[in-house]
Design a protein around this ligand. Structure first.
Ligand SMILES: CC(C)(COP(=O)(O)OP(=O)(O)OC[C@H]1O[C@@H](n2cnc3c(N)ncnc32)[C@H](O)[C@@H]1OP(=O)(O)O)[C@@H](O)C(=O)NCCC(=O)NCCS
Length: 158
């Protein structure tokens, strides 16, 4: 089941496809320059694509800041949603976080983004706070956290 997706470090060659998914996924999408920053210049960023049969189906970026992992983006190509890909990508994020020695993963999500909140909750992320009017359109952000236990590093084949 895990072999369904292949994860590899995002490259600038991936950006046309990634930017299309990004623009279809977020009200305030990341620009090409923001992705290039993570790919080329940000030593904290673990930014990976997920491929199914060589096609990019999703991606994420996890920033390791001291012993915290900040999940700054995660998306699945819209026509391919609700097939379990978000779950597989989330599982890889948690596995990689364990491998990196991250103790806690934290993220911000629009309070209106019920699909994402359900996904994160399924993995045990808990609402840890609210950032009022965090987004440009004044939507609040939920902060969601997951305590990473050592066994998470070995969960790839669970
Ligand atoms: C949030 C997001 C990543 C989820 O991706 P996804 O691939 O749809 O996730 P999954 O398929 O694993 O799960 C989604 C739902 O499909 C269901 N599902 C999974 N496999 C299924 C299948 N074969 N048939 C039917 N339903 C299925 C899951 O049970 C889940 O149901 P639920 O929402 O009622 O709990 C995706 O909606 C997305 O990219 N959103 C835009 C970007 C975004 O908001 N990112 C998060 C920012 S913090």
């Amino acid at each position: 089941m895990e072999d369904r997706l292949t994860f590899s470090r995002m490259t600038v060659e991936d950006l046309p496809e990634v930017l299309r998914i990004e623009q279809e996924s977020f009200p305030s999408p990341w620009s090409q320059a923001m992705f290039e920053r993570d790919i080329l210049h940000n030593p904290l960023a673990h930014i990976n694509t997920a491929r199914e049969y060589d096609r990019i189906v999703g991606y994420y970026s996890l920033w390791k800041i001291v012993d915290e992992g900040h999940l700054v983006t995660l998306a699945v190509d819209p026509p391919l949603r609700r097939r379990g890909l978000g779950e597989l990508i989330c599982r890889e994020v948690i596995r990689q976080a364990g491998e990196l020695g991250v103790r806690k993963i934290t993220l911000e999500v629009r309070e209106t983004n019920r699909d994402a909140i359900r996904l994160y909750s399924r993995f045990g992320f808990i609402k840890a706070g609210v950032r009022l009017k965090y987004y440009e359109d004044t939507t609040d952000a939920w902060i969601m956290d997951l305590e990473v236990s050592p066994h998470h590093a070995h969960e790839a084949s669970a």
